[in-house]
Write a new protein. Structure first.
Length: 343
C-alpha cells in the first residue's frame, strides 16, 4: 500500500521551533514527506504543492488558505496545524473536505501557566518592588511596603477568583488554582458551560456582572469573536471591586483599552495584560499612556507557547496524522460547529 504524501508549508524561521528530529522520523515512517517554506510561496505555488498531497503541515506565519485553493487539492484529506488558532487559517466551508487539527490544547498549558504567573506577580507587586530597587536602591517600593505594613502585599489565599471563559487555557489555570483547595472560591462565566460541567470542574457558574463585582481577580479566557469583542468596557470595569486585578492572556480585542485606562488611572483597580500590545502598531507603543501607569503589568504577547512546549507541537500533530491515516480518530481535531466559540 502506497504511503500518503504529507507536505509541510511551515515557514523556515518557525520550522525547528515546532519540528524535532523525532517528529520528522515518525512522519517519514508512515508518509512520504516534502518540505516547503510556505511563507515565501504565492497562492498558486501553494496550490501546486497541495495538488498531489494527502496531508499538509502548517504553523505560524502563513497566509490563510482560500476555499478555492483547498477545493482544488482533490487528494487533500487533513491539515495539521502545529500552532494555535485555525479560525482564520482554514475557511469554514473547507471543513467538509478536510479534517483540521490544531495544537491549541497543548499551547493552553503555557497560557494557563502564564496567567497564573501574572496573577501572582501583579498581586505581590513584583515589578514595582524590583524597579524601586533597580532605580532607587531602596528595599523595594517603600510606598507599597513601608516597614511592618503588609496592607499592599496581596496573595490568593482567602480570595475569590473569576474566570471568563471555560476554555482550555482557563481549565489549565484552574489546575494551578486547585492547589489552594478551599482557601479560594472560583467563579466562571461562560454561556456555553452547563451547571453540571461547572460542578465537575469544582467551580460555581456565575453571571458576568456578579463575577466582576465580587471577585478579587478576574482572568479572561474567552475567544475573540463578534459577541465577545470589547466585552470588558466602561460599564464592566466600573463594576470591578476596589483593588481587584484584571488579567488578560487571551485576546486584546476583548477589552476596551481606553475605558480600562480611565479606570486604571484612578488607581482603584489593577491589570496584568499580555495581549494589550497586539492592539497597537509598533509606532504606537512608545506613545501609549499605559507606560506611565504604576498599577499595570504588561508583557509582549508571550503567554504561549514556551519553547519547551513549542518543541512538542509538531510531534503531537504528526501522531494525530498517523492516527488519522490508520483509520483512527484524531485527538486534536477541530470541529466546524465549534468554530464560533473557540479561540
Amino acid at each position: 500500500m502506497a504511503k500518503p504524501l504529507v507536505v509541510s508549508l511551515i515557514p523556515n524561521k518557525r520550522y525547528h521551533q515546532v519540528m524535532t528530529p523525532e517528529a520528522e522520523s515518525l512522519l517519514t515512517s508512515f508518509a512520504e514527506y516534502q518540505k516547503y517554506d510556505g511563507a515565501q510561496m504565492t497562492e498558486a505555488e501553494v496550490a501546486a504543492a497541495l495538488a498531489p498531497a494527502d496531508g499538509c503541515l502548517t504553523s505560524w506565519g502563513l497566509r490563510p488558505f482560500s476555499a478555492e485553493t483547498i477545493a482544488q487539492a482533490k487528494k487533500l484529506r487533513i491539515i495539521g496545524h502545529a500552532a494555535g488558532s485555525v479560525r482564520k487559517l482554514v475557511p469554514p466551508e473547507s471543513y467538509d473536505q478536510v479534517v483540521v487539527l490544531s495544537a491549541s490544547p497543548l499551547i493552553a498549558k503555557s497560557v494557563g501557566e502564564m496567567a497564573f504567573g501574572m496573577i501572582i506577580a501583579a498581586r505581590r507587586q513584583f515589578v514595582r518592588h524590583h524597579n524601586a530597587f533597580a532605580t532607587q536602591g531602596t528595599r523595594g517600593d517603600t510606598v507599597l511596603y513601608p516597614s511592618g505594613d503588609y496592607s499592599h502585599n496581596h496573595g490568593l489565599h482567602h480570595t475569590k477568583i473569576g474566570l471568563i471563559g471555560a476554555s482550555a487555557t482557563g481549565r489549565y489555570l484552574l489546575r494551578f488554582l486547585k492547589a489552594y483547595e478551599d482557601d479560594i472560591e472560583i467563579l466562571i462565566y461562560d454561556p456555553y458551560l452547563s451547571a453540571e460541567d461547572a460542578e465537575i470542574l469544582g467551580v460555581r457558574k456565575a453571571e458576568l456582572d456578579e463575577l466582576l463585582s465580587s471577585c478579587d481577580v478576574v482572568s479572561l479566557h474567552a475567544p475573540l469573536n463578534e459577541k465577545t469583542a470589547g466585552m470588558i468596557g466602561r460599564r464592566e470595569v466600573k463594576l470591578m471591586k476596589d483593588g481587584a486585578l484584571l488579567v488578560n492572556t487571551a485576546r486584546g480585542g476583548l477589552i476596551d483599552h481606553e475605558a480600562l485606562y480611565e479606570e486604571l488611572a484612578t488607581g482603584r483597580i489593577y491589570a496584568a495584560l499580555d495581549v494589550y500590545l497586539e492592539t497597537l502598531r509598533d509606532a504606537q507603543c512608545a506613545a501609549s499612556p499605559y507606560r506611565k501607569l504604576p498599577n499595570v503589568l504588561i508583557t509582549p504577547g508571550m503567554a504561549g507557547p514556551t519553547i519547551e512546549v513549542s518543541r512538542t507541537l509538531g510531534l503531537h500533530i504528526i501522531r494525530d496524522m498517523q492516527t488519522f491515516f490508520s483509520g483512527g480518530r484524531p485527538r486534536y481535531q477541530v470541529l466546524r460547529e465549534k468554530l464560533t466559540y473557540i479561540a
